[in-house]
Write a protein that binds this ligand. Structure first.
Ligand code: ATP
Ligand code: MG
Length: 325
């Protein structure tokens, strides 16, 4: 009797776990069939059968690799976070030359971070066009010599912030997840970003365990790890968004100066909250209410920005709507 009741109990536990498993599989099935981002495709190696388009092997057009910096063109771009929501970028147009460094300034809410979201196509651009080295983003079946898909597009951008994605694992795994680099190469890069001594002092050095979200690193160290990742990548455009709550404004300036030097051959956009940070940039893009107020060398833009900042009642820009929206 004891044996069979234990058996029955086990049987029910088993049935319950099979039911739970089936429900989980059904949810996973639904999840895997969700629409994917516009212009993206599944990797060729994806096995689970869905209707999603897969990236062809070797045939996806790529951006030229001959030089790191690439011309970035933003043309008549309208951007907002939701349909029916307020326009955040309004008819924005500018061109950034290959390898140019551009400081991005503007009051809080001017649309600086949103510009980065638009460049990375985190949200769809409602109207207008963004191109890199003359190529735009297009859905996989329509790819031509003048376009690339989302994976290739995003691979061109490096995003450096004080809270970069850091996952639980060794320092090495965080820098080189596919084990494509030698230890010597990783050490050299860490040295170049200024983390050489820090890593020397760690137990295990490259094997040092990083915690989820980089909990055992300082904000500055996280930023330097993001810079090291960028140096290890082929990204041609570097986006830097300095946190508004920069604990130490002097370190913002020092960090950006160092990064600018390290990444001099790439096209750089730097959102700064200290004007000193963008003094050495080639040009400064001043955004106001989602439009370009001025785009010129720092010596022209910074005094004008300061003069406006001192004006307690800055003229309000009239509400704009897109020509077709
Ligand atoms: P700051 O200097 O404070 O960082 P910013 O220039 O980066 O400001 P954005 O973050 O681009 O400003 O914000 C521009 C506008 O877009 C703001 O009105 C903001 O409320 C809105 N916005 C920003 N992010 C989102 C979002 N994820 N969803 C909806 N609206 C957003
Ligand atoms: Mg911002």
């Amino acid at each position: 009797v004891t044996l069979s009741s234990t058996f029955i109990q086990r049987l029910f536990t088993l049935i319950t776990s099979v039911e739970n498993g089936l429900a989980g599989a059904e949810r996973l099935n639904q999840y895997l069939r969700q629409p994917i981002e516009p212009c993206a495709g599944l990797p060729r190696s994806a096995r689970y059968p869905t209707d999603h388009i897969k990236r062809p092997v070797g045939l996806v057009p790529r951006l030229p690799v001959d030089r790191l910096g690439k011309k970035l063109q933003v043309k008549d771009v309208w951007f907002r976070y939701s349909e029916g929501g307020p326009w955040i970028l309004k008819d924005l147009s500018f061109v950034i030359e290959p390898g140019e460094s551009v400081g991005v300034i503007g009051r809080t809410g001017a649309g600086k971070s949103s510009l980065f979201q638009a460049l990375l196509h985190v949200y769809p651009v409602a109207q207008g066009e963004i191109s890199l080295a003359g190529k735009t983003l297009a859905p996989l079946p329509e790819l031509s010599a003048d376009s690339v898909d989302l994976e290739e597009w995003r691979s061109q951008f490096a995003y450096i912030t004080q809270s970069p994605t850091i996952f639980r694992g060794s320092l090495r795994e965080n820098l080189d997840p596919f084990r494509e680099r030698t230890d010597d190469h990783l050490r050299e890069i860490l040295q170049r970003v200024g983390l050489g001594d820090f890593v020397q002092g760690l137990t295990g050095q490259l094997d040092y365990d990083l915690e989820e979200a980089g909990a055992n690193l300082s904000a500055g160290q996280k930023q330097l790890i993001a810079t090291a990742r960028c140096l290890l990548s082929d990204a041609s455009v570097v986006l830097m968004d300095e946190a508004t709550s920069a604990i130490d404004p002097n370190s913002e300036e020092a960090f950006v100066r160092a990064t600018n030097e390290l990444l001099a051959d790439r096209t750089r956009l730097i959102i700064a909250h200290r004007l000193g940070t963008v003094e050495d940039c080639d040009r400064v893009l001043w955004l106001s209410g989602g439009t370009v107020k001025m785009f010129a060398p720092p010596a022209r833009v910074l005094p004008a920005f300061l003069a406006q900042g001192q004006n307690p009642v800055a003229p309000k820009t009239p509400e704009l709507t897109p020509p077709l929206g």
